[in-house]
Design a protein around this ligand. Structure first.
Ligand code: GUN
Length: 294
């Protein structure tokens, strides 16, 4: 039997419908339009596309979206001053700085300048710390990074609420995906293994796993012979590969055609984790607004 395809687009559309209702309610009851600010430094082509998609999605559900395009040679001080200005702006409830930043800028300092209450990426050390100690509930709970939230949602679509005791392999240790995702999985009492580029026998690790979540950024890393029968495979990779027509094509970390014959369920690329990341960005922005205007 071939794997169930987990349709991130469809699940996202449902989520965005719900968020749009809440955005409209805030506008009707309080006269406030939920606002997301995105800072883009320079013109990295991939970042341009991501930022455009974020703006489009925010507008589509009735949010205001403010894009601030700053020159690649902006000084760190000027960038921090812009962040402080947006931290103070009452029309902005969520704020993110698209990564990566130019090399001469200290990314940590930039992220830490964002008001933790507006940190819709969940990258600020206050939110990272709260997630690390499991402080994720209530008004003071962590803002959690969007891609890990999207992965958890897709996973739960297949296995229901309960991840207790499941063997989950996370491939990748980034602050954007691997680390926060591992924290979320631990909070659900999954048995978590985190693989990195130095992992000696990735195939052996994969074959042990009930769930594989790959965020390595390596096209075709996970093949069918590496996956246990009926495992669940979540593909976070977005890799552009060359095609004969010169246009290129987006693929994940997972060799979809071979893995779909082994796995129980699999996310496609595109149309899997990607749309969920944006949906959770919108949800985090809505939640920031609700806390700020409370
Ligand atoms: N670059 C790649 N992914 C992300 C993300 O989730 N947030 C930001 N700010 N930059 C990114």
């Amino acid at each position: 039997m071939t794997a169930k395809i987990i349709d991130g687009k469809e699940i996202s559309a449902k989520m965005r419908g719900e968020i749009a209702k809440d955005v409209a309610k805030i506008k009707a009851e309080k006269g406030i339009i939920v606002g997301l600010a995105v800072i883009l430094v320079g013109n990295d082509p991939a970042s341009e596309i991501y930022v455009k998609n974020k703006e489009k999605a925010a507008h589509a559900i009735g949010m205001n979206s403010y894009l601030f395009r700053l020159a690649a040679d902006i000084s760190q001080e000027d960038l921090i001053a812009k962040i402080h200005e947006l931290n103070r702006n009452p029309n902005i409830h969520g704020l993110l700085v698209q990564l990566p930043l130019p090399k001469k800028i200290d990314t940590k300092k930039i992220i830490h300048a964002i008001d933790p209450r507006k940190d819709v990426d969940g990258f600020n050390i206050i939110n990272v710390g709260k997630l690390s100690v499991g402080d994720i509930e209530g008004v003071d709970g962590a803002l959690i990074p969007c891609t890990p939230l999207g992965c958890m949602h897709l996973l739960k679509e297949v296995i229901g609420k309960n991840l207790v005791g499941m063997k989950v392999l996370v491939i990748g240790t980034s602050n954007i995906v691997g680390r926060p995702l591992s924290r979320l999985l631990l909070l659900e009492k999954a048995t978590v293994t985190i693989a990195n580029s130095a992992t000696k026998d990735l195939k052996a690790e994969c074959l042990q796993a009930d769930v594989i979540i790959s965020a390595a950024g390596v096209a075709g890393l996970i093949r069918g012979d590496m996956v246990k029968k009926d495992a669940i495979v979540i593909d976070v990779g977005i890799n552009r590969i060359a095609t004969a027509d010169g246009k290129g094509r987006l693929v994940g970390d997972v060799d979809f055609d071979s893995v779909r014959n082994i796995a129980k369920a699999i996310t496609p690329v595109p149309g899997g984790v990607g749309p969920m990341t944006i949906s959770y960005l919108l949800k985090n922005t809505l939640n920031c607004c609700l806390k700020i205007i409370k």
